[in-house]
Design a protein around this ligand. Structure first.
Ligand code: 5GP
Ligand code: ZN
Length: 116
């Protein structure tokens, strides 16, 4: 796994910053968002530093696929029962603020029109 010295999520992956862990395996870490935008708000982060979704190509499809396929279990472990919204913010116009690819899982409530 290749991590970035200054990236906040890489620091979480290295254990230098604490996180409220929901799930972990060799490929990813899922932890609760520090500023939740829903009753349950979890981030799933691959254990390699990629700044953007747009950097992901054929070589990375396995890693992205594993993260996506694990979301139902992560949602269950986080206590979500009635569905959830999955979001990836890509770049400036999406309002991406942390430049380590991450998947938002939002639920625990009716999400209505709230798009994060
Ligand atoms: P983005 O806007 O880049 O898609 O989302 C970044 C998310 O990371 C935000 O929802 C923000 O609250 C969350 N976040 C930023 N720093 C930390 C942190 O140190 N710990 C945790 N758990 N979440 C963080
Ligand atoms: Zn990183």
């Amino acid at each position: 796994m290749s991590l970035d010295e200054n990236c906040i999520f890489c620091k979480i992956l290295r254990g230098e910053i604490p996180s409220d862990k929901v799930y972990e395996d060799g490929d990813m870490l899922a932890f609760r968002d520090i500023h939740p935008q829903a009753k349950v708000h979890v981030l799933c982060v691959p254990k390699s530093h990629f700044s953007y979704l747009s950097e992901m190509g054929e070589k990375e499809r396995g890693l992205v696929g594993k993260c996506m396929a694990k979301l139902p279990e992560i949602a269950r472990l986080a206590g979500i029962e009635n569905g959830y919204r999955v979001i990836i913010n890509q770049g400036e116009d999406a309002g991406q603020t942390v430049f380590h690819l991450h998947i938002h899982i939002l639920g625990g409530q009716n999400m209505g029109e709230n798009l994060l």
